[in-house]
Design a protein around this ligand. Structure first.
Ligand code: IDP
Ligand code: MG
Length: 143
């Protein structure tokens, strides 16, 4: 999910480009404004954290771009492309390392396990919305 700061800062194209670059297949994509109920569901594990209220305010503060992608080791590789939670610890070359300065304005959200990714996409997508297609580069991406 490209968070409200990513949208406001005009980084939607750049972020999606990085996800596409490695070869992932985008199967779901939409601009939405996260409701408070959806935000509470997405960030339920952080309910007791001191930053929780601010996090809900941030993620609901403007439109976001929600995206579902498919590929090999998608969660592991996406987390590397995204970079560490705190941009100060994120490597140059990662999205957060290249475009963000603060942990509370870190541009992008990504599921941290395959199980959580599924739980999270269900907040925003019905599986019937996913595009079912093959990409022409697949035979050169996968051995
Ligand atoms: P992640 O986004 O890298 O998975 P999480 O630890 O799951 O990181 O935290 C969720 C989001 O909560 C972060 O992306 C960030 O926006 C926000 N957050 C995490 N820790 C802090 C903090 O200490 N202060 C402010 N916001 C935080
Ligand atoms: Mg997380």
């Amino acid at each position: 999910m490209i968070k409200p700061d990513g949208v406001q800062r005009g980084l939607v194209g750049k972020v999606i480009q990085r996800i596409e670059n490695v070869g992932f297949k985008v199967i779901g994509l939409k601009m939405i404004t996260v409701t408070m109920a959806q935000a509470e569901e997405q960030y339920a594990i952080h309910k007791e954290k001191p930053f929780y209220e601010g996090l809900l305010e941030y993620i609901t503060s403007g439109p976001v771009v929600a995206m579902v992608v498919e590929g090999k080791d998608t969660v592991k590789i996406t987390r590397k492309i995204v970079g560490a939670t705190n941009p100060a610890d994120a490597e140059p070359g990662s999205i957060r390392g290249d475009y963000a300065l603060e942990i509370g304005r870190n541009i992008i959200h990504a599921g941290d396990t395959p199980e959580n990714a599924i739980v999270e996409y269900k907040i925003y997508f019905d599986e019937s919305e996913f595009a079912n297609y093959s990409k022409v580069d697949e035979e050169w991406l996968y051995e």
